[in-house]
Design a protein around this ligand. Structure first.
Ligand SMILES: Cc1ncc(COP(=O)(O)O)c(C=O)c1O
Length: 483
């Protein structure tokens, strides 16, 4: 450990060092078994004589806090930590100064516990999580290990903000083949997830106070993000064809849409709407973010042309993510940007975090080039298709009295509207939670009230083996809430 001990004055230095170390052991800052720095080293760091430190160590050893092992050094004694009764040492939290600042950003709903710290529900229908159990870890590990070995032998300096050249080329080919996005490696900027791509775009196109339009209902993290950049965020309703272009405010400088698989409702944006949105953006000189976050999992039909390839005036930024096709923990996404915005985006990336982590990027490039990504997507599409069909069967069968699924063609989740008979969906979610089943209503995805009544079900997180039981429990909860 790197020791920092605050000493005051020049007298009683040994006593001060003794007191600080003793307190650190009692508070648990220094743990049982931890190796103490050699007296000479600590003395040098504290600019005191070696004898001063040695006297403090001797005192602590005599009291049983430290123990010396010949040839190995001085260690915190395990028994000392277990048996010592601390003299009401103030906790480090109590010692910290109290905040007097009210931060500008407040979005408590974004900080709900998730990830490993939150208890995992037994039947997890929460949206947005792919099935990590089926991730090809061995192949990924092999590629990452190789890249780490190679980077250890490299010059070890910073690299280009745009990301690894091999990955940019691989992404350009991948989106061209799988989604007819027109791109070369040069058009691609690798980001830390789609979220960072959108953050960078907001930085370079939004003046403070500018209007940014998002879908209603929509993806809350993007709404909050745009607001955090000082934008006035307008929530524009969607209907069965997607964003209602006629309802866009004239002043919008940026429009954020999810045309392949509307988040959270699931329908694609119709071709007419896509063309109308592009024409509107051209008239208003606005920029469009096309967030294509999970449409690689396709279950029906051919995808419609992306806005990016229909765009004739260079105003669409196509954003993609590896969070759903691979894993969200990789934090890898990208943006395909028109030439006019590229230098500014690179500058924004450079200012924000210089560049994303590189060995992972190069591993992903190989992963794509060797066809492993395509294979994983094919496998997961088969798996998710099965789960989704089961889900639709339940919704259209035993739950048809109350719920209507929206049959989107792609993605990792499904919305169902409670538009048939009155159904207290909040109650369904509460009952489900007690039965070990996690899912969401549609309401958190709305910025305005009243919201559409319904539920959203993800099929990424739940294991196929648990699916039927999860659905049965959910059915029982819907019936109980409807009674
Ligand atoms: C609409 C939408 N966009 C993007 C993402 C992915 O974001 P990221 O790549 O930052 O993980 C998600 C994930 O839930 C999403 O729902």
């Amino acid at each position: 450990v790197d020791f920092h001990i605050r000493l005051s004055g020049t007298r009683g230095l040994s006593e001060q060092i003794y007191q600080r170390l003793r307190a650190a052991i009692l508070e648990g800052t220094l743990r049982a078994g931890e190796r103490m720095p050699p007296t000479r080293e600590l003395a040098q760091r504290l600019s005191v004589s070696r004898n001063t430190v040695a006297a403090a160590y001797e005192q602590l050893t005599a009291e049983g806090f430290l123990t010396g092992r010949a040839g190995a050094g001085t260690f915190v004694r395990a028994e000392a930590v277990v048996t010592a009764t601390p003299r009401k040492a103030p906790s480090s939290a109590a010692l910290r100064p109290r905040a007097i600042w009210t931060p500008l950003l407040s979005a408590p709903d974004l900080l709900a516990p998730s990830g490993p710290s939150a208890p995992a529900p037994r039947y997890d229908f929460r949206l947005g999580t792919p099935d990590a159990r089926l991730f090809p870890f061995d192949e990924w590990r092999r590629h990452v290990a190789r890249q780490l070995r190679l980077s250890a032998a490299g010059p070890g300096g910073y690299e280009q903000p745009a990301g690894a050249a091999a990955l940019r080329t691989a992404i350009a080919r991948y989106v061209a083949v799988s989604r007819s996005v027109r791109a070369d490696g040069e058009d691609v900027l690798v980001t830390s997830g789609a979220q960072q791509a959108i953050d960078l775009i907001a930085r370079v196109v939004l003046e403070p106070g500018a209007c940014a339009a998002v879908e209603e209902p929509g993806y809350p993290p993007v709404r909050h993000l745009l607001a955090s950049h000082g934008a006035r965020v307008a929530a524009v309703p969607v209907d069965a064809e997607g964003l209602q272009v006629a309802a866009l405010p004239d002043s919008a400088r940026l429009v954020y849409v999810t045309p392949s698989h509307q988040f959270p409702l699931g329908m694609p944006m119709s071709l007419e709407r896509r063309l109308a949105l592009l024409a509107w953006a051209e008239r208003r000189n606005a920029v469009i973010i096309e967030d294509d976050y999970d449409s690689e999992f396709r279950f029906a039909g051919r995808p419609l042309e992306p806005l990016q390839s229909l765009d004739r005036s260079g105003r669409v930024l196509y954003v993609g993510s590896f969070s759903k096709v691979l894993l969200p923990t990789l934090r890898l996404g990208f943006v395909v940007a028109p030439a006019s915005l590229r230098p500014a985006l690179l500058a924004a990336k450079r200012l924000t975090d210089w560049h994303s982590e590189l060995p992972g990027q190069r591993a992903l490039a190989r992963f794509i080039d060797e066809g492993l990504l395509a294979r994983h997507i094919r496998r997961m599409t088969r798996e998710y298709r099965f789960r989704r069909e089961r889900m639709v069967r339940m919704l259209e069968g035993e739950l048809a009295t109350w719920l209507t699924p929206i049959a989107g063609p792609a993605g990792l989740h499904l919305a169902a509207l409670a538009d048939r008979r009155p159904l207290d969906v909040e109650r369904v979610v509460a009952l489900a939670s007690r039965a070990g089943v996690a899912l969401s209503t549609l309401s958190p995805f709305h910025a305005m009230r009243p919201s559409r009544t319904g539920m959203v079900l993800g099929y990424g997180a739940i294991a196929t083996a648990k699916l039927d039981e999860g659905l049965r429990r959910l059915r029982d909860c819907v019936r109980a809430a409807a009674r």
